[in-house]
Design a protein around this ligand. Structure first.
Ligand SMILES: [Fe+2]
Length: 115
């Protein structure tokens, strides 16, 4: 969804608007294409996906990832001014809360089973 939002925002942007937004470096490398990376330009890699055969370790990491995603959406909401951007970000933020709660249910389930 974030990629789609960025694509829509960039689609009709002029060079002057891209410069005013501080996106010259992004434009130089990717034009208006979507390139999954963090706010510092570090690209997404499969190295971010950690897993091992321990449900408590995996679920703990999943829950932490959901909280980090929630916090990131809150940071983006703080920076956004357009209600058409804030609305979807609020939806995505709430979705992360639900994900966290579902992982927590599984965490509690495995803890009860003695893991
Ligand atoms: Fe999530």
């Amino acid at each position: 969804m974030i990629g789609s939002m960025v694509n829509q925002l960039m689609a009709n942007a002029t060079i002057d608007e891209i410069k005013a937004a501080g996106l010259e470096q992004f434009y130089a490398d990717h034009r208006k294409g979507i390139y999954p990376s963090n706010a510092n330009g570090v690209p997404f890699t499969a190295a971010y996906i950690e897993s091992m055969s321990d449900p408590i370790a995996n679920l703990s990491e999943d829950m932490a990832a959901e909280q980090k995603a929630r916090a990131t959406y809150e940071n983006l909401i703080d920076l956004a001014e357009d209600p058409d951007i804030i609305g979807p970000l609020l939806f995505l933020r709430q979705r992360e809360v639900v994900h966290f709660n579902r992982f927590k249910e599984l965490y509690d389930y495995y803890k009860k089973k003695g893991y």
